[in-house]
Design a protein around this ligand. Structure first.
Ligand code: SAH
Length: 318
């Protein structure tokens, strides 16, 4: 998912070393060249090469009177250059895909360890392999400012701007697991934040709809999700208290901000048999991570799991 998406990204040329073109002094004077070599150096546009050594490339461009020969030569050269550029970009993408792999693997082991120690809560199976695999494949570092591997995969919440955080990795995995989702499910997330939880969900279900109340966070999350190829995630700016009826009904819901009660519109948009996972309680104290199951059109069953501390669920003025 990540690699193909990277290949479709526009090249970011703002901070990279331009490809070296012919050194002026190394080009013989045009008059000294045989006719077919009377070409001038062409300055190439820079390519994204942040993790690849700069390449030395000489390009000869046609000038009359031997333009046909020279243009043909330049055309062949351009084809080679395009191929080379493709290889450079592909290896760049592979290098980025390979980034943070040890940190991510270590993070998954920590999640497993938490799950083992909380066996009474999760049962002997702990957190499902499907969820662990999704977490192990999701590039958490792409969702945080600075993209640092050590920060992104540490065992704790990470600041994402606007005073908000991505939850600790174990909590993301736990909430995904408690939602008990299936491949064909449609899931609502309230509190997109960085888009990371949505990305994890997107790997285990068919469709994710996520609502964020802070527009710059929603925009940044939508951008990174698009860049990484998560085309089964839709992001909306708004007050998630109202859910997202047009995107539902939902098989499961995850709310990632703390509120003292369950928003009735969410229960309405949840299918019978569906689950809503959310931190229930006041914003200024630990909350109960709660699983609410809709067992009949107007009946729910609640189960508290562990104490957590989430950012507050805020409300829009309208
Ligand atoms: N799930 C996010 C982390 C969320 S932090 C991630 O993976 O990065 C909680 C988020 O909930 C914040 O971004 C906050 O702005 C958002 N939020 C709070 N109240 C909200 C509301 N009423 N509707 C939608 N989003 C809300």
């Amino acid at each position: 998912m990540g690699r193909s998406a990277l290949l479709t990204m526009p090249l970011d040329t703002s901070s990279v070393t331009p490809l070296l073109t012919t050194k002026p002094e190394s080009v013989p004077p045009i008059s000294s060249l045989p006719p077919a070599r009377r070409c001038v150096p062409l300055a190439l546009p820079p390519l994204a090469t942040s993790s690849v050594p700069p390449l030395k490339i000489v390009v000869l461009l046609a000038t009359p009177p031997d333009s046909t020969t020279c243009v043909f030569g330049a055309y062949t050269m351009m084809k080679k250059l395009l191929l080379l550029a493709f290889v450079v970009v592909a290896s760049e993408a592979m290098a980025q895909d390979a980034q943070c792999v040890p940190e991510r693997a270590a993070m998954v082991e920590i999640i497993r360890a938490y799950a083992r120690s909380g066996a009474s809560l999760l049962g002997p199976q702990g957190i499902s392999e499907r969820v662990l695999e999704a977490v192990g494949q999701t590039e958490r570092h792409r969702f945080i400012p600075g993209r640092s591997c050590s920060v992104a995969y540490m065992d704790g919440p990470v600041l994402i701007g606007q005073g908000q955080t991505i939850s600790q990795p174990f909590i993301v995995a736990l909430m995904t697991d408690l939602a008990a989702v299936k491949f064909d499910d449609t899931v609502l997330e309230v509190g997109t934040g960085s888009g990371y939880q949505a990305a994890v969900l997107a790997r285990v279900v068919r469709k994710v709809c996520t609502v964020e109340i802070i527009p710059p966070l929603a925009e940044a999350a939508a951008k990174v999700l698009r860049e990484l190829g998560y085309d089964n995630v839709s992001v909306k700016v708004g007050d998630g208290y109202h859910g997202w009826p047009e995107c539902g009904p939902f098989d499961a819901m995850i709310v990632t901000a703390a509120l003292g009660h369950v928003p009735p519109p969410l229960i309405e948009q949840l299918k019978v048999g569906g689950r809503l996972v959310m931190p229930l309680g006041p914003a200024d104290a630990p909350q109960q991570l709660t699983v609410i199951e809709k067992i009949a059109p107007s009946e729910t069953r609640m189960r508290s799991t562990i104490l957590v501390h989430f950012v507050p669920f805020t409300r829009s003025q309208d």
